[in-house]
Design a protein around this ligand. Structure first.
Ligand SMILES: CC(C)(COP(=O)(O)OP(=O)(O)OC[C@H]1O[C@@H](n2cnc3c(N)ncnc32)[C@H](O)[C@@H]1OP(=O)(O)O)[C@@H](O)C(=O)NCCC(=O)NCCS
Length: 383
């Protein structure tokens, strides 16, 4: 198998293998989907494994950012990993993922993120479960009764891509969010052009929603706002649909302020899908993210990362004043020992006590690291 970038003129070559992996792609669906594949190909980010002329594997590395404590960290979104059904179980999936991990580093992404259909393949290459993509079921009527004043809001379309990206970025930065993804403007243009999705833009907030459940309910794809006033106003727009849509399934963080707005809150249905993280370049990833205010620590680390040897060795982690850095060091008897899975999970805020009992972290007492990396990571995007 030869793995190489797919040329923009070749994108139809991945349609059949993607259909065999994820379900049928009739013409009208492929017409839309292939626009994103072409975008990835044009950026040199759509890859395929070829056996002669036959495509036997595919994968894309989307150009994203991921917010960590309010700072955007350059991240590869690993997407649409496939191996042709007749070639599975012979190691092609692992070869593809090993190759793509190198390419993530080559493209300058300190982090990589993916939604796993199976954990085993990715764990074996240093990925670990890190955060969730949550959907909460809400009553539309409860949203309608949220007190809101009118704020200037307008319908948004593809021409608003840059402003939408900027408004969302500001909201995640000011909320010091961990986990949500940021897209380049070109990807936003495609999102904002999706059929039957309604977009509203305010000065400091953005809403996307569509009909769901055979038009008996609504689905909020994204609602972010920096101020209480805009947050209330955008949820009120969703709630205004209560006469025709009884329920709303909303993609929100488990700590989203909307859950603290309705008068009643008791039983809650939360759907959660897991995503995994891979620290690709440890010093760059540590330097790029934000850290909680008032937290300081100096901890010796010993990292063993066979797939990314540049991460391996003795380090000292220094965190102070919201900044972190990883510096080369000599062996220390009191070092905390981690592999790439432990490091990736720690980066995502999984507590040290969990990591130690899961066998992902060993060595000296490292409780300070729980406060350093404290996070409840969420995503608002599936890819
Ligand atoms: C998942 C997929 C890419 C794996 O490709 P593959 O060539 O069969 O994988 P490999 O032979 O390299 O196997 C790598 C590891 O993954 C494991 N694995 C592969 N498919 C698996 C599955 N369906 N369930 C659980 N583990 C699986 C293998 O057992 C192996 O682990 P091991 O060495 O510990 O036994 C392939 O099955 C596929 O295309 N599936 C449909 C689409 C899909 O699910 N893509 C992943 C989206 S995140």
């Amino acid at each position: 198998m030869e793995i190489r970038a797919v040329a923009p003129g070749e994108v139809d070559a991945v349609r059949d293998i993607r259909a065999r992996a994820f379900g049928p792609l009739p013409d009208e669906v492929w017409a839309r989907r292939s626009r994103l594949v072409r975008q990835a190909a044009e950026a040199g980010r759509q890859f395929a494994g070829f056996d002669g002329r036959a495509v036997v594997a595919t994968g894309a590395l989307l150009d994203m950012a991921q917010w960590w404590n309010g700072r955007a960290v350059s991240t590869a979104g690993v997407s649409a990993i496939t191996v042709a059904p007749e070639e599975r179980g012979r190691g092609l999936g692992r070869r593809l993922m090993t190759d793509l991990l190198e390419r993530c580093a080559g493209l300058g992404h300190p982090l990589a993120m993916l939604y796993p259909a199976t954990t085993r393949l990715y764990r074996s290459l240093g990925w670990e479960h890190a955060g969730g993509w949550h959907h909460v079921d809400l009553s539309t009527e409860a949203l309608r009764t949220i007190a809101a004043e009118r704020v200037p809001v307008r319908r948004a379309g593809p021409g608003d891509a840059a402003e939408v990206a900027a408004v969302i970025g500001r909201a995640h930065r000011t909320a010091r969010d961990c986990g949500p993804v940021g897209w380049p403007e070109a990807r936003w243009r495609e999102h904002l052009d999706a059929p039957d999705v309604y977009h509203y833009l305010a000065e400091d907030g953005f809403l996307s929603y569509r009909w769901a459940e055979g038009n008996a309910g609504l689905e909020v794809l994204r609602l972010v706002a920096s101020s209480e006033r805009t947050l209330r106003a955008l949820w009120a727009i969703v709630g205004s649909g209560s006469s025709t849509a009884e329920s709303v399934r909303a993609c929100v963080s488990p700590a989203d302020p909307v859950l603290w707005l309705p008068r009643e809150r008791e039983h809650e249905v939360v759907h959660r899908s897991q995503w995994m993280l891979r620290v690709v370049d440890a010093p760059a990833a540590i330097a790029a993210r934000g850290y909680p205010a008032g937290v300081a620590a100096g901890v010796p680390l010993e990292i063993d990362d066979p797939e990314r040897p540049a991460n391996s060795g003795h380090w000292r982690l220094e965190v102070a004043d919201g900044e972190g850095r990883l510096e080369r060091s000599t062996a220390a008897a009191d070092a905390v020992r981690l592999g790439p899975r432990g490091l990736s999970a720690l980066y995502a805020g999984i507590p040290v006590t969990t990591l130690r009992r899961a066998g992902l972290l060993q060595g000296a007492d490292a409780e300070a690291l729980t406060a350093v990396f404290a996070a409840t990571p969420f995503s608002l995007d599936y890819f």
